[in-house]
Design a protein around this ligand. Structure first.
Ligand SMILES: Cc1ncc(COP(=O)(O)O)c(C=O)c1O
Length: 390
């Protein structure tokens, strides 16, 4: 009841999903299929996604967390290995490392882009380091070429967390194709959704085969293959695996949304441009994860409420809430969580991420946000910028 009242008061939600009539048709169509999982719709989604990214292989799984987990395992990450992750990311990034039995090492992020700091990566390397796991935060490409150089110098692997990066490019190359593999999320808030869902992309046949086997219990043959070729029970178990499959309904929804990805991303860009144009001149407000010349996925619009702004981030959050505007925060730094205080290592100072945690706030961003709603968000920031410093 209380929750309903809160929703009624909301003038600008933080996020709303967008499911078109063709998305709905694709779901109904998939429900008519004799195979509801591990079937042709998944193959189609994988084929289209690989083509969109420009990767040799795309392997659909249940979500990006399982994608990261499987890929790290297939790259040989295990107990005794260290994996460098940014201190500001969603917890799935670090959880996937811990699920492999390896030790995560927290690196600082840049105040200029909220992405993993190159200096901090360098300061975090030890003889146990096996892999660097950068995130393209908010859809902005991280300094991936510099990460590749470091990886080459120290003989390390690179796995790109591309959960925010559907459409993020550097030059002609899509995020996820710079390192050994990339993992994407189709969670409802992402640029395209399959409700739950994830995709691993790689140019390595070995990684592709390994994750394909382990997403399906470690079986040597898929459901579709078993029921179309020979005896269905004629399979081997190559290794103990997981059930991380992506079903046919989700695959169809993902495929349907992928068809409109260019349209979706250009609309997101337009929405972000309005924020940028309106906020640029406001003293104390910065939008670090948005600036830059590269192709951006515009997944999140994160602002920094710096000391030059008259009120704190927390106070601005309260005023947004009073005005019926829902905002969010991406993300509370990993070093602050109980679980990682015990399990993660830190070799460098995390000064930027600690400072950013008090400053960042994410503005509403979704396809159906109206100009009027955006004006309300901007008005709240602008009106409060006129107050004298407290
Ligand atoms: C950076 C990052 N990595 C991984 C994930 C995990 O994605 P999923 O919810 O598909 O498991 C998310 C999801 O929000 C994310 O933001």
């Amino acid at each position: 009841m209380k929750d309903n009242k809160l929703l009624k008061k909301t003038k600008v939600p933080f996020f709303l999903p967008h499911i078109s009539s063709s998305d709905k048709k694709s779901i109904i169509n998939a429900l008519k299929s004799p195979l509801l999982t591990d079937g042709p719709k998944l193959r189609e989604f994988e084929f289209d996604f690989a083509r969109f990214i420009g990767a040799k292989y795309a392997i659909g799984v249940s979500n990006a967390t399982s994608a990261l987990h499987l890929t790290l395992k297939s790259l040989g990450v295990k107990k005794g290995d260290e994996v460098i992750v940014p201190d500001i990311t969603f917890v799935a990034t670090i959880n996937s490392v811990l699920l492999c039995g390896a030790t995560p090492v927290l690196a600082d992020v840049g105040k200029d882009d909220l992405n993993i700091s190159i200096d901090s990566v360098k300061n975090s390397i030890t003889k146990r380091t096996k892999l660097i796991l950068p995130v393209h935060m908010a859809g902005k490409i991280c300094k991936i070429n510099e990460i590749r150089k470091i990886a080459k110098k120290y003989d390390l692997l690179v796995l790109e967390d591309c959960a925010h990066a559907i459409g993020t490019k550097l030059g002609e190359k899509h995020a996820g194709t710079f390192g050994d593999a990339g993992c994407f999320s189709f969670y409802p808030t992402k640029n395209i959704t399959s409700i739950e869902g994830g995709m691993i992309i790689t140019n390595s046949k070995k990684v592709a085969e390994s994750v394909t086997t382990s997403r399906n219990h470690g079986l040597s043959r898929s459901l579709m293959h078993r029921f179309s070729h020979g005896k269905p029970w004629d399979y081997d178990v190559l290794e103990p695996g997981y059930n991380y499959r992506l079903d046919e309904i989700r695959s169809s929804l993902g495929s349907s949304q992928l068809k409109r990805i260019d349209q979706i991303n250009s609309l997101r860009k337009k929405i972000c441009k309005y924020y940028t144009d309106s906020l640029e001149s406001i003293d104390g407000i910065k939008a670090p994860a948005i600036s830059g010349k590269n192709d951006h996925a515009y997944h999140l619009y994160i602002i920094r409420v710096t000391k030059n702004y008259p009120i704190s981030r927390d106070e601005l959050f309260r005023r947004f809430t009073n005005d019926g505007i829902t905002t969010s925060l991406h993300y509370k730094p990993l070093n602050m969580f109980t679980a990682y205080k015990k399990s993660a290592k830190v070799y460098d100072k995390l000064d930027n991420s600690k400072e950013l945690f008090d400053e960042i706030i994410s503005l509403p961003l979704y396809l159906t946000i109206s100009r009027k709603q955006q004006e309300l968000v901007v008005k709240c920031i602008r009106d409060n910028s006129k107050l004298s410093h407290s």
